[in-house]
Write a protein that binds this ligand. Structure first.
Ligand SMILES: Nc1ncnc2c1ncn2[C@@H]1O[C@H](COP(=O)(O)OP(=O)(O)OP(=O)(O)O)[C@@H](O)[C@H]1O
Ligand SMILES: [Mg+2]
Length: 483
């Protein structure tokens, strides 16, 4: 289906699952639809399953937007607590269209929770409380992380009750906008190889073409994609050590129950002792609407600026924050994020302290100061059980493949030698525009494999999309004939 047909179907207000291969323009089409809605003042909630994916639409995570945080289930008491949060209840009531990108990484249980919360708050028993739901993604890409021993069958969003309830119309995009044609490679393009992977018919010739990139020199500013956090961290540490710019150390502070503080740290994925230097490639790990950054916004550290830090806490509405790897955490408490603001004037009661804070030039060119943020866990009554405070940045020369899903990259160094998830290799390779930008360091037996259940589902989605396309053009013709 063409993007324009999908857009026409979206505009009818039906629930839609927008799918298609990596680079077919799912996110692009979502953005077109979001612009269309905003121009007509239709309240649209823009979300994705991970923080970085949400940045491609200037949105937030679905966990944060819906208030479900990192929970797997909601008791009646939880639902009552959530609906009493006025700003959250207002937000859910005021929304007419909910967009969720990178649906493949959203756990079936979590999609059910989103529908459950919307039904409860909107007092409407229809799927997702009766609003238009648009989900986008490609189930050949990464599945949700889930808990140990869980199969993809239990995790995939399309296996959930909420999915069936929503009666999605399927729009399967058939164009390719990311990969460019490379006639120079004897006719074998990255696009051809990726399509072979989708069909699970990868030729020896394609494997040879991938392996031939091992020694290829790609741009020094390449993004480095690894399967494991351990490799990502060690590369980032090495890169940092090699820099000679001004260095600053930021030490985290915490209060409350030490076990809960540990849980917070795992969710936030920052360091107690964060060492940063001028020249470092960094990424924000928390949404901050005031600064205009999200969990996943990337940039370069260009200096340190003295700012006054106030000790009084503000009640930001950036509630129940989650990390984009939230599913990795088995914790089921609410994790909240609160912004600590620097104050421009003298505070009335508490003494401000002046501290040097990192100045980051975002990839967009804008410069912002990253001030400490606070994450908290609270009980049902809103009492704080534990808190953790740190500068909301992490090093980002290397990132995990999970975090790269949704990105378009000019150049990347990719290591698939320890692939542990079906679809992981496809996600990594499909970030690139061409083989010319790839340096592949290694593969294992799993690297080019896809999930068989996803393959079955994908075939069905294609058939349903063709039907929707045919029905829609028929309606269109009837409409034209009648006018
Ligand atoms: N109609 C279009 N015109 C111009 N550029 C486009 C169009 N559609 C997509 N693109 C560009 O192609 C690239 C891939 O598109 P996009 O990221 O939307 O794909 P996707 O289907 O969301 O991929 P993924 O599955 O990896 O998330 C982006 O750089 C996007 O801006
Ligand atoms: Mg996308």
């Amino acid at each position: 289906m063409r993007q324009s047909s999908a857009l026409d179907i979206l505009k009818t207000g039906q629930n839609v699952f927008l799918t298609g291969s990596a680079g077919s323009g799912k996110t692009y089409t979502l953005n077109q639809y979001i612009d269309y809605l905003r121009a007509r003042r239709v309240p649209v909630a823009v979300t994705a399953s991970t923080g970085i994916a949400a940045t491609h639409m200037n949105g937030t995570t679905i966990h944060s937007w819906s208030g479900i945080g990192i929970k797997d289930e909601l008791s009646d008491r939880d639902l009552t607590t959530l609906s009493r949060k006025q700003f959250l209840a207002d937000r859910l009531k005021d929304t007419a269209v909910l967009v969720i990108d990178e649906i493949s990484m959203l756990h079936a249980k979590q999609l059910n929770l989103v529908s459950q919360v919307l039904k409860h708050v909107r007092k409407n028993d229809k799927a997702f409380g009766g609003i238009q739901v648009v989900v986008a993604g490609d189930f050949f890409q990464l599945p949700p992380i889930g808990s140990k021993g869980e199969t993809n069958r239990e995790k995939f969003a399309f296996m959930s009750e909420a999915w069936l309830d929503a009666k999605f119309h399927i729009c399967y995009l058939s164009e390719q906008h990311r990969q460019v044609s490379e006639a120079a490679n004897g006719g074998l393009d990255l696009d051809d190889i990726l399509n072979q992977i989708r069909r699970q018919e990868v030729t020896f010739e394609s494997i040879a073409a991938l392996e031939a990139t091992f020694d290829q020199n790609v741009d020094i500013k390449r993004t480095r994609l690894y399967t494991h956090n351990l490799n990502v961290n060690s590369i980032n540490d090495k890169e940092l050590a090699a820099l000679e710019g001004e260095m600053m150390r930021f030490t985290a502070t915490s209060t409350g129950d030490s076990k809960l503080v540990e849980t917070l740290k795992k969710t936030v994925r920052t360091q107690d002792d964060l060492v940063l230097k001028v020249g470092a490639k960094v990424m924000f790990i928390k949404n901050n609407t005031e600064l205009g950054v999200s969990n996943g916004t990337m940039g370069e550290l260009i200096g340190f600026a003295a700012v006054k830090i106030d000790d009084s806490k503000d009640s930001s509405d950036d509630l129940i924050e989650d990390d984009d790897d939230s599913a990795e955490s088995e914790n089921d408490k609410n994790v909240k994020g609160k912004s600590k603001k620097a104050i421009k004037e003298k505070p009335k009661s508490k003494k401000p302290t002046t501290q040097k804070m990192p100045v980051v030039r975002l990839n967009s060119g804008r410069e912002v100061v990253a001030e400490p943020e606070e994450w908290i866990i609270e009980d049902e009554t809103g009492d704080v059980l534990a808190s953790y405070e740190q500068v909301p940045l992490c090093l980002a020369w290397a990132i995990t493949i999970h975090k790269s899903q949704g990105m378009t990259l000019e150049a990347a160094e990719i290591d698939l030698s320890r692939t542990f998830e079906l679809g992981q290799g496809y996600v990594a390779l499909s970030r690139l525009k061409s083989l010319a930008g790839l340096q592949l360091l290694g593969m294992n037996d799993m690297s080019l494999q896809l999930d068989p259940l996803a393959r079955g589902a994908d075939k069905r989605f294609l058939v349903l999309s063709d039907e929707a396309d045919a029905n829609y053009s028929m309606l269109d013709e009837e409409h034209d004939a009648g006018t």
